[in-house]
Design a protein around this ligand. Structure first.
Ligand code: MTE
Ligand code: MO
Length: 220
């Protein structure tokens, strides 16, 4: 088994995130994904809308920027590219091309990506993991899965997707751990300014405390 540079396999799939010890957000009775930003009109996709799109399965490893990897996860859901082509492109102005996409979770978490990176064939909006509905540890009711990008791109509890014609302002511009805008695991794009190899040991020190805290908020 080959892992991307600087990654180490862990047993199982831990709950992990900037949510730290906070419990996951409650799952709404009727979950939706809002579509907003540079669209002619905002849209709200219900689970019934999503169910009209073809289903996909994907077996992939999951790589956290801090350095742990969970291996052999089986995701099920719909392809982000299909959702984009069928439900978003009709709402776009062809004279104002989309460059960036923001994924937002029910807990307020946001990931900002380059459109091209999430149109890849392995990017899903997942609702099942390893044969079961997604649990609250791993992002119920829906999450983004982009296995070629670090975990922090993979927004859990997804409730809103925003489309932009330029890079949105980076919220953590002056933070020492400002994340890489592309976050591609095979390029080791961990930090925005510092080479991935150099930040490895510092990020690795964060794994144990964040895992301990994240487990405290687990409801699964
Ligand atoms: N909504 C939300 N999504 C999130 C996070 C978060 O704190 N909130 N943390 C991210 C980070 S840093 C990682 S490594 C992965 C962890 O996913 P897991 O908890 O399913 O292992 O979720 C990502 N998605
Ligand atoms: Mo992460």
């Amino acid at each position: 088994m080959t892992l991307p540079p600087g990654q180490r396999a862990v047993d199982g799939f831990p709950r992990f995130g900037t949510h730290l010890h906070h419990p996951p957000p409650a799952v709404p009775a009727d979950p939706v994904i809002e579509i907003g930003g540079a669209v002619s009109e905002n849209a709200t996709l219900t689970l019934a809308d999503l169910a009209e799109l073809p289903r996909r399965e994907l077996t992939a490893d999951f790589h956290c920027v801090a350095g742990w990897s969970a291996t052999g996860l089986l995701w099920e859901g719909i392809s982000f590219e299909t959702l984009y082509r069928k439900r978003v492109e009709p709402l776009l102005d062809p004279r104002a091309p989309i460059t960036h996409v923001v994924f937002e979770g029910l807990d307020g978490f946001r990931s900002i990506v380059v459109l091209e990176d999430v149109l890849a064939d392995d990017v899903l909006i997942a609702d099942r993991l390893d044969g079961r509905p997604l649990n609250s540890d791993h992002g119920a009711p829906l999450r983004l899965v982009s296995p070629s990008q670090y975990g922090f791109i993979n927004t859990k509890h997804l409730c809103r997707i925003e489309f932009h014609t330029s890079e949105p302002p980076i919220p953590d511009r002056w933070s020492p751990i400002v994340s890489h805008p592309r976050a591609r695991v095979w390029h080791e794009e961990r930090h925005r300014y510092v080479p991935g190899r150099l930040v490895r040991p510092i990020y690795r020190m964060l794994i144990a405390p964040i895992r301990r805290l994240s487990a405290r908020g687990s409801r699964a």
